[in-house]
Design a protein around this ligand. Structure first.
Ligand code: NAD
Length: 481
């Protein structure tokens, strides 16, 4: 049995509590490692280390910091295969996906912010005949980064990279369900020359070490990605302490399909936007709104395509759908499928657990599921399921599509499929979402603002938004004589 350790002050340390949690491989349902169940003492060590490291790290030139982060990116890239296998084993996702998306993206995150910081500048505002304002942007100090299990290293690095580039010291907590690749990062950081104490990785549960990070008075900003309910709890603690907060939360994203699309082509794209990573991407579309003129044709082609999808173990190169992340999550998804039936939904395909052959017979595999016949207002269409489950609905007009698309508490992302530029513009303009893709899905440019409206979050990540979040602006005015 492998024991994962915390990474504090440049060293791997056992938790002061002496307690560990099970780490399960979702493709087999077996425990394969133990992770620290960290507590306050571990956090105190990390905070003390970060305090010592802050003057060193923030005092380095931007070029020096950039060079270290570029070496960190290269360090992950050099161990790509190991990271890919580790990520899939922890999460259940096909290795092919980790190899094409998760790990290359983690490399890009470090690369992007290592270079972005060299171009980051602050403003000056000249007042004719009076004087000049100039704004400095300094690192905040010690910041907390808390990330979820669905894209483990991808989202972990999406926070840590800008935080470090901006000159902060970081106390980071990956999800206790997928801690492995984050734990490897310590070795890479050390080899890259990151000074001890600049990056500290603590493992454990949300209510314990996660909550302690949020509540610690020396941690001045919290960047969180996860569920909306957790975001609310975090805000309740952090807001009265006047911490800077970035919250990237849940979604119930609509996919809007207009009658002029090429159905066969759109089916393939919508399959990807619905079921990538077993539907466990915050940006996946789970409410598929199809114009009534093509509803039946789209449905038939889509269901046929979904039925042909290969559900298999992560190392199978043919796997399109791997295991969902945990037994608890699988049971939650199956519970939503039962709810959909109670609400009057018809299961067009899927709706069941898939049992593979040994040694994967106890893995958490679900058949991709398509449901129809549900109103937009029901719980199945309003609550985030975060699994391989989508609901089809037919709309008759642009107004109706827009009403349904906007009628949830969430506002993260939407995709619009049409050849009509006017329709695309009208929809994009009126969708209450932080991100709208037209004739595409999950095309990411790291310079763009990333995040959601309404209950999908507060603030934006990406590009300058992230570097602004992780710095404190100060305006200085100099009067002319
Ligand atoms: P979660 O909220 O349960 O956990 C996320 C992280 O927060 C984990 O590290 C967890 O240990 C920690 N945590 C839990 N309770 C905490 C507390 N009280 N204080 C501090 N930390 C706490 O979410 P999850 O189940 O890991 O991830 C799935 C959710 O994440 C979905 O809702 C999904 O939409 C969302 N998500 C959002 C985005 C986005 O960019 N908007 C991206 C990915 C995932």
């Amino acid at each position: 049995m492998e024991f994962i350790e915390n990474f504090i002050d440049g060293k791997y340390l056992a938790p002061a509590t002496g307690q560990y949690l099970d780490n399960v491989n979702p493709s087999t349902g077996q425990v394969y490692a133990k992770i620290p169940r960290s507590g306050d003492q571990d956090l105190s060590l990390a905070v003390a280390a970060a305090k010592r490291a802050f003057p060193i790290w923030s005092g380095m030139s931007v070029n020096e910091r950039s060079a270290i982060l570029l070496r960190l990116a290269a360090g992950i890239e050099a161990r790509m295969d190991e990271f890919v296998v580790a990520e899939s084993r922890d999460n259940g996702k096909p290795e092919k996906l980790a190899a094409h998306v998760d790990i290359p993206r983690a490399v890009s995150n470090f690369h992007f912010f290592a270079t972005a910081i060299e171009h980051f500048s602050s403003e000056s505002h000249y007042m004719e005949g009076i004087g000049i304002n100039f704004t400095t942007r300094k690192p905040i100090g010690i910041v907390g980064c808390i990330s979820p299990w669905n894209l483990p290293l991808y989202l972990f690095s999406w926070k840590i990279a800008p935080a470090l580039a901006a000159g902060n010291c970081v106390i980071a907590k990956p999800s206790e369900i997928t801690p492995y690749t984050a734990s490897l990062l310590g070795q890479i950081a050390t080899e890259a020359g990151l000074p001890a104490g600049v990056l500290n990785v603590l493992h454990g549960t949300g209510p314990e070490i996660g909550n302690a990070i949020v509540a610690h008075p020396s941690i001045k900003a919290i960047s969180f990605t996860g569920g909306t309910a957790t975001g609310e709890q975090i805000a309740r603690i952090a807001a009265p302490m006047f911490k800077k907060l970035s919250l990237e939360l849940g979604g119930k994203n609509p996919t809007l399909i207009f009658p002029d699309v090429d159905i066969e082509q759109t089916v393939k794209e919508v399959f990807r936007s619905s079921f990538s990573n077993q539907g466990q991407i915050c940006l996946c579309g789970s409410r598929i709104l199809v114009h009534e003129k093509i509803y039946d044709a789209f449905k038939t082609a889509f269901v046929r395509w979904v039925e042909s999808a290969i559900v298999s173990y992560p190392s199978d190169p043919k796997a399109q759908i791997g295991a969902v992340v945990s037994k608890g999550h699988m049971d939650k998804i199956l519970g939503y499928i039962e709810l959909a039936k109670e609400e009057g939904g018809r299961i067009l395909t899927g709706g069941v657990r898939v049992h593979l052959e040994a040694p994967y017979q106890d893995g958490y595999y679900l058949a991709p599921t398509v449901i129809e016949g549900l109103p937009n207002t029901c719980r199945t269409n309003q609550e985030e399921i975060f699994g391989p489950v989508v609901s089809l609905m037919a709309f008759s007009s642009e107004e109706q599509a827009l009403d349904w698309a906007n009628d949830t508490k969430y506002g993260l992302a939407a995709s619009v499929w049409t050849k009509d530029l006017n329709v695309a513009h009208r929809m994009a303009d009126r969708l209450e979402m932080g991100i709208v893709w037209v004739n595409s899905w999950l095309v990411r440019d790291l310079r763009t603002p990333f995040g959601g409206m309404k209950d999908s979050g507060v603030g934006r990540e990406g590009g300058w938004e992230a570097l602004r979040f992780f710095t404190e602006p100060k305006n200085i005015f100099i009067k002319h004589e």
